[in-house]
Design a binder for this molecule. Structure first.
Ligand code: NCD
Length: 358
């Protein structure tokens, strides 16, 4: 749908009402993706992985988006999301530049985000962005939709320069939700995938944009049960639980991680997100013990159940677990899965996904 609204009007729309404008032109919200999209993207990520494993395939992949330019604009800290997007772009042959410190951009001279995005799309064909302000990604999308320059797809169609959120405020991290679902589907392959499974989400569920985005994607899987284990002040907010109710998903809050472990088919740990604390300077005071995954917990976990974490982790997973050779410990594989999922997403955005399937 053409952007026929002013910025204020667009930002005033609910996420649901923004979706027809976004279509497949940008990636802003986990709710953009339905089950068919998820299945297609997981298959595409597998195809990308297989293609790249063959040297000729890797060379072919490196030619798919040659000559394209990307900007990775990260106004908040990032290791994995930045690295995996950057690597995915390199694998597809995209040239890339990065802006990671707003202090050295013209935004520090008072340039608005709208003008900055207009500038970026003068030069690049893709903007991946992370921003503390939840309205920054839709603002960037609106700006790109109305900007002076469009980019031409291989099909000849001219489209606004795509905006991809790599984390927006405390709510949205759509590409993380996709890579998490991809990891869960792969890890649970031997037992029929995510359908019908119980997923235990642990930690700061109130402010963790990764876990909140994942919780919004889980209802696409038939018969899923979601268990939430969070300290009282970090409980999941009603916006997500109401949506689970609307979509008929059974969910429960459990008092500790330990009690729920024997019932879980997957465990997703998260960090206390203290960068959102009022007194931000106080630093990490330690994860409440009931929400720390310890080595002995592996004995209470089902044999097929993977242990995930969006990372970075601190003390919420006992370090000894990294030294074990337990196939259920999947968070390092999860990082790599994220890169293949981002190859899949970028290929689809640029309309070269057919070439990945070979
Ligand atoms: C997350 C983030 O920044 O939202 N990390 C990530 O992208 N893998 C989660 C976190 O920082 O805890």
């Amino acid at each position: 749908m053409e952007m026929d609204l002013g910025l204020e009007q667009f930002l005033a729309l609910s996420e649901e009402d923004q979706l027809p404008y976004i279509g497949r032109r940008a990636i802003l919200y986990a709710r953009q993706f339905d089950r068919a999209d998820i299945d297609e993207l997981c298959a595409l990520a597998d195809a990308a992985r297989a293609l790249h494993a063959d040297p000729e395939g890797a060379t072919r992949m490196g030619g798919l988006l040659r000559g394209r330019m990307a900007l990775n604009f990260f106004a908040q800290p990032s290791s994995r999301t930045f690295m995996s997007f950057s690597t995915a772009q390199a694998y597809l042959g995209i040239h890339r530049s990065s802006l990671r410190d707003v202090a050295i951009s013209s935004m520090s001279k008072g340039e608005s985000l709208v003008d900055s995005i207009r500038t970026f799309v003068s030069y690049v064909d893709l903007v991946v962005m992370r921003h503390p302000d939840a309205s920054a990604a839709p603002t960037a999308f609106w700006t790109a939709s109305r900007a002076h320059r469009r980019m031409r797809l291989p099909s000849g169609e001219e489209v606004p320069v795509p905006i991809v959120s790599g984390g927006s405020g405390a709510r949205h991290h759509p590409t993380q939700a996709l890579l998490d679902v991809y990891t869960l589907q792969r890890a649970l392959r031997g037992v029929g995938g995510l359908d019908g499974k119980t997923v235990l989400l642990v930690g700061d569920l109130r402010r963790g944009r990764a876990v909140r985005s994942l919780a919004q994607m889980l209802p696409h899987f038939r018969g899923v049960t979601v268990l939430f284990a969070a300290p009282e002040r970090y409980r999941m907010l009603p916006d997500v639980t109401d949506e689970l109710d609307r979509r008929g998903v059974h969910w429960e809050e459990v008092p500790t991680l330990e009690d729920a472990l024997p019932h879980a088919d997957a465990v997703y740990m998260t960090r206390i997100q203290d960068e959102w604390d009022e007194d931000r300077g106080s630093g990490h005071t330690g994860t409440p013990p009931d929400f720390v995954f310890r080595r002995r917990h592996l004995d209470r976990m089902r044999d097929h159940a993977p242990l995930l974490h969006p990372l970075p982790k601190r003390d919420e997973i006992e370090p000894a677990i990294d030294e074990l050779d337990d196939p259920r410990v999947q968070y390092w594989q999860q990082e790599r899965n994220g890169m293949w999922m981002r190859v899949a997403l970028l290929a689809r955005l640029f309309g070269v996904d057919g070439a990945l399937r070979g």
